[in-house]
Design a protein around this ligand. Structure first.
Ligand SMILES: NC(=O)c1ccc[n+]([C@@H]2O[C@H](COP(=O)([O-])OP(=O)(O)OC[C@H]3O[C@@H](n4cnc5c(N)ncnc54)[C@H](OP(=O)(O)O)[C@@H]3O)[C@@H](O)[C@H]2O)c1
Length: 303
């Protein structure tokens, strides 16, 4: 294991760095001098890509401010490697590649994810399992791959990207919400297990940000027009997508992630996003559950 000298840049692995949060965080950290390896299922070891050129977007989205405009002057390029978080062999190959190139992994950011929508009654178990395979077991697999190296090198930091949807059960997003609730439990338990090894584990729960997230949303195969839930599901998802499209720019999250990485004793979770969305989590803890549900149904115009 390569010992970190004062002059060496810290090595960061970010899953799902071809767009959205992963790409913004990667570019920001690379600009700050970290050695960043981002992952995408579409990257290839034969065709080395950079975090700037990979993926299906420029890192900026219609209506959002660019990195420079939002005050982050120092975005830079980073290396992209192939990785599918549903495939343990692909993760092992990616981790081996980073270790061969950089000798260590100081920070792993479990960011890869997507959302599956539809009513519980109609989303198939196979579809729900695929949601968990990426959003929950993907994180578990990456943790299993990086932890032995972090223990050996005497420390490290794991940041799991959860969601406010992992603190409030979102209607017609049940599989997504459940996968992010599960991630909360994993994060809490892992934190305590690995504390003696000097490894910090944190969950960041974002509200709505403007990324490719709505574009990559999957609707359950049986949740179409014939569904008894169709109209309510459609209007709820329309409201959610409007919130996502009008969400904050993903570049805003990157400096916050770096702050947490640098924190010697971070809290278990941090919520980030618009104040009204973060307030909803706080209100949920304060008011009776039936009142909170009424508010949720009113917000999503669920009748
Ligand atoms: N945007 C929001 O409003 C929001 C709010 C709360 C939480 N989040 C969470 O933030 C994380 C990032 O989402 P985003 O908003 O940045 O969405 P995004 O722009 O759609 O990016 C998702 C990333 O995940 C990767 N990915 C998806 N499935 C994968 C798999 N099986 N293996 C490896 N990589 C995979 C994609 O890479 P490839 O397709 O190139 O492989 C892509 O880089 C997700 O965990 C999401 O749940 C987002």
């Amino acid at each position: 294991m390569h010992k970190l000298r004062r002059s060496d840049p810290e090595v960061v692995l970010i899953t799902g760095a071809s767009s959205g949060f992963g790409k913004s965080i990667g570019r920001y950290l690379a600009g700050k001098g970290y050695r960043v390896f981002g992952t995408s299922r579409r990257a290839s070891y034969d065709r080395p890509e950079s975090g700037n050129s990979s993926g299906n977007d420029s890192g900026n989205y219609p209506g959002m401010k660019s990195g420079n405009e939002s005050g982050h002057k120092d975005f830079a390029d980073f290396s992209m490697i192939p990785m599918d978080v549903t495939d343990a062999a692909s993760i092992a190959a990616g981790v081996d590649h980073v270790l061969a190139k950089a000798g260590r992994i100081d920070v792993a950011i479990n960011n890869a994810g997507f959302t599956l929508s539809g009513a519980v009654e109609e989303v198939s178990i196979e579809e729900a399992m695929a949601q968990f395979d990426t959003n929950f077991f993907g994180v578990w697999r990456v943790c299993q791959a990086v932890l032995p190296h972090m223990r050996e090198q005497g420390g490290g930091c794991i940041i799991n990207i959860g969601s406010l949807g992992g603190q409030i059960g979102l209607p017609f997003q049940s599989a997504y919400s459940a996968s992010k609730f599960a991630l909360e439990g994993l994060t809490e338990a892992l934190r305590v297990e690995i504390r003696p090894f000097g490894i910090r584990v944190v969950l960041i729960a974002p509200g709505d940000f403007h990324t490719n997230f709505p574009k990559n949303r999957v609707l359950g195969a049986d949740c179409g027009e014939h569904s008894a839930y169709f109209n309510r599901c459609k209007s709820t998802l329309a409201r959610m997508e409007s919130d996502e499209i009008n969400g904050l720019p993903p570049n805003d999250i990157a400096p916050f992630v770096e702050k947490i990485m640098r924190h010697p004793n971070p809290a278990v979770r941090y919520t980030v996003g618009k104040i009204d969305q973060r307030l909803a989590v706080f209100i949920k803890k304060l008011v009776p559950s039936r009142l909170f549900e009424k508010g949720l149904m009113f917000y999503y115009r669920m009748g």
